[in-house]
Design a protein around this ligand. Structure first.
Ligand code: SF4
Length: 72
């Protein structure tokens, strides 16, 4: 079990620049853990995948919140 975007998510597929240790932790806690806490996942499910900024990391909750509020 895990996030349904695993296959195509740039973050999960290491296409985003992040310290590899930190990336590993995020992949474990969000992608294979609680995806509902992932900032990218929040945007993707609420607004559609095309609305997820290329440089939004799973832990950027404030920014995700802001994007969601702006589009309401
Ligand atoms: S949990 Fe977030 S970062 Fe991980 S695969 Fe899903 S959308 Fe991507």
């Amino acid at each position: 079990m895990g996030c349904e975007y695993l296959q195509s998510c740039p973050f999960y597929n290491e296409k985003m620049d992040i310290d590899s240790g930190l990336g590993k932790i995020y992949r474990r806690s969000y992608c294979q853990g609680d995806k509902t806490q992932c900032a990218r996942y929040m945007i993707a499910t609420e607004l559609g995948r095309e609305s997820v900024p290329a440089d939004l990391y799973p832990n950027m909750h404030d920014r995700a919140e802001q994007i969601l509020n702006e589009t309401k």
